[in-house]
Design a binder for this molecule. Structure first.
Ligand SMILES: Nc1ncnc2c1ncn2[C@@H]1O[C@H](COP(=O)(O)OP(=O)(O)O)[C@@H](O)[C@H]1O
Ligand SMILES: [Mg+2]
Length: 253
């Protein structure tokens, strides 16, 4: 279990996270939703240890998560981050095999039990096995993001944080990636945290939803109940905007 307890964070005089509390459970996916600048990525960075909170604690299985320079390799390896832009998350001159091998080498150096390259590719898309000797650069956006997900599986993570990981992809590829992340969540009983700045309230990918605005957690509920039972004014506005665009979109389909 990953517990976010009373987390506060400011940059200078700007308060970016205001007393955030959330529990994330294994086998549960949470959509963190909020407009740009609402503090979503900052929270993710605090979880992975790249930023330090001003106050509050993060507990992983009841142990305090320290900032990254004080974390054991194993703790870092158990929390994987999927970036928004798969193009810059990958070394474009590397082959697919070199990309994955780099992480395997780090695991070996740390005597860490890793998932084989073949297994992690089969987990995401076995077609990628045909690209092992190809440069990453020739992959499509969707394939690149799948490769990033395959790479994240090498360390057998307990937590995957996907930060707007489909915002560079079209609808079909986005759905494929969300399906894939959900399959992994279920099969491996991981905590999946998906940061979104827009959400399809009809989708069935998420168990929980957390609405962020201006550094505040406004609402946190079961995803399936949210659409009909949202309490917060801002949450209701998000739903109305979704309905409006959905209707407009349908008109032109
Ligand atoms: N390193 C930083 N220094 C100063 N301000 C920052 C830094 N990182 C983020 N911020 C500010 O913190 C706020 C929240 O940013 P962020 O967590 O990236 O939001 P989101 O991911 O929801 O778009 C924004 O106003 C942003 O400008
Ligand atoms: Mg962000």
């Amino acid at each position: 279990m990953l517990q976010i307890i009373d987390i506060n964070k400011s940059y200078g005089s700007k308060k970016v996270l205001n007393n955030i509390n959330i529990d994330f459970k294994p086998g549960e996916s949470t959509a963190i939703v909020g407009e740009s600048g609402s503090g979503k990525t900052t929270l993710a960075k605090i979880i992975i240890g790249l930023e330090k909170q001003n106050s509050g604690e993060i507990l992983l299985n009841n142990k305090i998560l320290q900032s990254i320079n004080k974390r054991y390799f194993e703790t870092c390896a158990k929390i994987q981050y999927i970036f928004q832009d798969p193009y810059s998350a990958l070394e474009k001159n590397f082959t697919v095999l070199q990309t994955l091998n780099e992480t395997v080498t780090i695991c070996k150096r740390n005597n860490y039990d890793y998932m084989s390259i073949e297994d992690c590719i089969i987990n995401v898309d076995k077609n990628l096995l045909n690209y092992l000797d190809q440069k990453v650069d020739i992959l499509s956006g969707g394939q690149k993001q799948k490769l990033c997900i395959a790479r994240s599986l090498i360390t057998k993570p307990k937590i995957i944080i996907a930060d707007e990981c489909t915002s560079m992809l079209d609808k079909k590829n986005s759905e494929e990636i969300f399906n894939l992340l959900n399959k992994i969540k279920q099969e491996k009983n991981i905590i999946l945290i998906s940061i979104l700045h827009e959400v399809d309230f009809y989708s069935e990918y998420w168990d929980k939803i957390a609405i962020f605005k201006d550094g505040n957690l406004l609402e946190y509920s079961e995803f399936k109940n949210f659409y009909n039972n949202a309490k917060n004014i801002y949450s209701k506005e998000l739903i109305e905007a979704f309905k409006f665009f959905k209707y407009k979109g349908d008109q032109y389909e």
